[in-house]
Design a protein around this ligand. Structure first.
Ligand code: GDP
Length: 295
């Protein structure tokens, strides 16, 4: 994760630490290199520019610390700005308030929605909650089956959805069923398309109008970089998502999606998927991630 960016930044900082006194020119040169490193990591162009502007302004304006060398001070500022870029502090999903709560997962096909639904169910179950998996992808019988398989592996109930029902009706029925059986968390897995299309968006909006959703999580494949960011932005404009799950993070050496998606959409990354196994889902921690990027 982030290996390429870490390597590049290490080179920049090594040079900075080599100077006893940092001039404006040293900082400007380092920032040009940081910007290049971010762009190579597929960070959004505007985001990369604003990032180095913020670091430069702070580095030039900061009081001289007695404890840190000038190079270390710049690294500290980069760390602070990275934490901010990644969202500040960890954001939990909302599970309080009237029960059952409802979490809808949305995103393109193959992004990892169904797998994430299973992972979330496993995590919530281990915390003592009673999740209910709701397949609402009526176009692919295999998707319903995939969730049923996950449910039986996890011993979590799965709503008996059928391909001849409308997703919005499935969600209404599942909610009634959950109330009846005292399940406290509905996890709705929705249909994905290869591209954004209006019918899919309309279908998700119908669900949003019919069922009170606590969370609308946009699931994105981190490996797709800026495409993930653009699609997240479109979903957010149509649906007002509440957070993002970035999957396949363990294979993403660049990190462009992770580093841009919060700034562009204004919505936090709440979870990261770090493998295919059902326990490979972690709450996203901006501070730990920033430290990891800086090696
Ligand atoms: P959906 O079409 O959005 O429901 O996507 P799936 O849940 O079917 O996932 C598509 C593929 O991505 C499957 O092969 C999953 O095992 C895989 N996948 C999902 N999340 C992760 C992850 O965090 N890491 C890795 N390596 N693979 C993942």
């Amino acid at each position: 994760m982030f290996e390429n960016l870490t390597d590049r930044l290490e080179g920049v900082f090594k040079k900075l630490r080599g100077h006893g006194v940092l001039t404006e020119e040293h900082i400007a040169e380092a920032m040009r290199e940081v910007r290049m490193a971010l762009l190579e990591a597929d960070v959004n162009y505007q985001v990369a520019r604003e990032f180095v502007d913020a670091v430069s302004a702070k580095a030039l304006g900061r009081e001289v610390s007695q404890k840190l060398s000038p190079g270390q001070q710049v690294i500290k500022i980069v760390h602070e700005e990275l934490v901010d870029l990644l969202g500040g502090s960890a954001e939990q999903i909302r599970l309080d308030g009237p029960q059952p709560v409802t979490i809808m997962l949305a995103g393109l096909q193959g992004s990892g929605k169904t797998t994430t639904a299973g992972k979330l169910a496993a995590q919530l179950k281990s915390k003592g909650r009673k999740p209910y998996l709701v397949p609402a992808d009526v176009y692919r019988p295999a998707a319903i089956e995939q969730l049923q398989v996950l449910g039986s592996r996890l011993d979590v109930p799965v709503h008996p959805s059928t391909t001849d029902s409308k997703p919005v009706d499935i969600c209404r029925q599942a909610l009634a069923e959950a109330q009846d059986k005292h399940y406290d968390t509905l996890i709705i897995d929705t249909a994905g398309r290869l591209h954004i299309d209006e019918r899919l968006m309309g279908e998700l909006q119908d669900i949003q109008r019919a069922v009170k959703l606590s969370e609308i999580l946009f699931v994105a494949d981190a490996m797709t970089g800026q495409d993930a960011v653009t699609v997240a932005d479109t979903f957010n404009k149509n649906l007002e998502i509440t957070g993002i799950v970035l999957t396949k993070m363990e294979g993403d050496a660049r990190g462009g999606a992770a580093l841009s998606i919060k700034r562009v959409t204004g919505k936090p990354i709440k979870f990261v998927g770090i493998g295919e196994a059902l326990d490979a889902l972690e709450v996203f921690h901006p501070d730990r991630t920033a430290s990891r990027i800086l090696g």
